[in-house]
Design a protein around this ligand. Structure first.
Ligand SMILES: C[S@@+](CC[C@H](N)C(=O)[O-])C[C@H]1O[C@@H](n2cnc3c(N)ncnc32)[C@H](O)[C@@H]1O
Length: 320
């Protein structure tokens, strides 16, 4: 891939690089993971092509190490000695037993400590990885500068707020990349909501074609007051403010993902008490194939309890 390939200018945003599916990967250990192949390619590209060592490379939310391995493989290929600092609370959340596919399979129960499983999985790159156990709100960022920040744990405003505050005086304007996994995942709508209010500070730079990860470049440093406004503001947005915020992302969201991305807006409207408006919006997007599939899948999660009106039979077939 050449540096000019796929670079597009969008209506309001800075230059974007879209699509990382042709990034060639070396042999990377196959461990369980929640990221898609192209997201792994993007992470590898960040480590191998973009990282210069001017600041720390930090990942928050490693799970069993798939994203970590792609980043570490990238860093190792550019021969910089800097370690990738990895934070996670390493507490098993329960659900499917993904660990059965791990290198050292064992059954994990909700609440189990999986730090050793992570360390076993990333052992090939152990000299490049500095794993630290911490809850998001307790992370103490000790690097002077941060060049790469890969986020796959903070999805809700309080956690986003904690991370943005922690790194505020460490990001490098015009240089730091913050990769937000799940930016395009509708149930993580608090990420695009907060970032809409931080548009002056970080702007989209990289978008994967197949996945939900978006990389933002830091444009200028923010203060604690800026983050407070961004983290709290969207809860009081009017219908117009919610719509304007979502519309501001239209030019970067892949066209096929736009209806599904708007599902997040319907959840935000519902949260903000505009339930009829949320239903009306859902009515206009629910026939989109990707959108419908998502809502059907959510029937078996905790989402219907939070958004009962959006799960009425006219939108989501409860018998399918
Ligand atoms: C979506 S998974 C990460 C997936 C991983 N990046 C991959 O490639 O498969 C989210 C991770 O964040 C961690 N996490 C969630 N909430 C957290 C919190 N409050 N503090 C620290 N870690 C947390 C979980 O333990 C989990 O490992």
């Amino acid at each position: 891939m050449t540096s000019s390939e796929n670079i597009k200018s969008t209506a309001d945003m800075t230059l974007l690089k879209r699509g990382f599916g042709d990034v060639e990967l070396p042999d990377i250990p196959d461990v369980p993971g929640m990221i898609k192949r192209e997201e792994g390619q993007y992470l590898y590209w960040l480590g191998s092509n973009l990282y210069t060592g001017r600041g720390a490379a930090i990942e928050i939310g490693t799970w069993l190490g798939k994203s970590t391995l792609h980043l570490a493989a990238g860093l190792s290929s550019n021969r910089l000695a800097n370690k990738l600092v990895c934070y996670d609370h390493f507490q098993w959340a329960g659900g499917a037993n993904w660990s059965s596919k791990a290198k050292s399979p064992r059954t994990l129960e909700a609440g189990d400590d999986f730090m050793q499983d992570f360390l076993d999985n990333v052992a090939d790159y152990s000299d490049l990885i500095d794993a630290r156990r911490s809850k998001i709100e307790n992370i103490e960022f000790d690097a002077d500068n941060i060049e790469l920040l890969i986020l796959d744990a903070p999805k809700r405003a309080a956690d986003i707020f904690a991370v943005m505050n922690g790194v505020a005086d460490k990001v490098i304007p015009g240089h730091t990349i913050i990769a937000w996994q799940d930016f395009l995942h509708p149930a993580s709508f608090e990420i695009p909501a907060v970032l809409a209010d931080m548009a002056a500070f970080q702007t989209p730079a990289h978008i994967v074609d197949d996945g939900t990860m978006v990389g933002f470049q830091v444009e200028k440093r923010w203060t604690a007051a800026d983050v407070t406004k961004a983290a709290l503001g969207f809860r009081n947005w009017s219908l117009e403010e919610c719509s304007v915020a979502w519309e501001s992302w239209r030019s970067i969201v892949p066209t096929a993902a736009w209806p599904s991305f708007q599902s997040g807006l319907s959840m935000l409207l519902h949260d903000n008490g505009m339930i009829d408006e949320a239903c009306r919006l859902l009515e206009t997007i629910i026939d989109d194939k990707l959108c419908k599939a998502r809502w059907q899948k959510w029937r078996k999660t905790s989402i219907p309890a939070r958004y009962p009106r959006l799960f009425e039979a006219k939108f989501v077939d409860r018998t399918a």
